[in-house]
Design a protein around this ligand. Structure first.
Ligand code: T46
Length: 133
């Protein structure tokens, strides 16, 4: 089974532009407790490089594009996020890296928990040691 799980969002398009609605426990598969977004990234300065012990997230690239690498400790896969109509589900205990940001990239993240630094695993070796084989 692929590590990359994408959700296609319905986009309501008319002459005025497009509108996408995100709803907890509907097209977002959890209760949303936190939303954050990042912008102003530089192409050659990747972000992420950590896993979460217990955190589910959906990443949506609202503008521009970036490449996301997901790693479950056994396999590594990558996907380009380049559409506000697509969400990438990132489950617990998945190492993530975001690379190759376009100049105008705005990456929004919906999360099922509040921010907690103690939930982060920032060392790849620690991560692979903690992965249940
Ligand atoms: C993730 C990927 C996709 C907060 O104070 N509150 C928050 O909710 C978050 C997410 C971060 N911060 C602070 C902590 C750091 O001082 O913002 C700073 C940058 O965070 P970080 O270096 O962890 O950012 P990324 O882009 O490497 O990772 C982020 C999320 O932290 C992470 O959970 O899955 O985006």
């Amino acid at each position: 089974m692929s590590i990359i799980k994408l959700i296609g969002f319905e986009s309501f398009e008319d002459g005025r532009g497009s509108l996408v609605s995100l709803e907890a426990n509907n097209n977002i598969p959890f209760e949303i407790k936190r939303v954050y977004y990042m912008c102003g990234m530089e192409t050659d300065r990747p972000r992420g490089f950590h896993a979460h012990k217990k955190l589910k997230q959906v990443l949506v690239c609202l503008s521009g594009k970036c490449k996301v690498i997901l790693d479950n400790g056994h396999e590594r896969e990558s996907v380009w996020l380049d559409s506000p109509d697509t969400g990438l589900v990132v489950e617990d205990m998945i190492w993530r890296e975001m690379h190759d940001f376009s100049e105008n990239c705005v990456l929004m993240v919906l999360a099922d928990e509040y921010y907690s630094e103690s939930d982060y695993i920032r060392d790849y070796k620690d991560f692979t040691n903690q992965v249940v084989s």
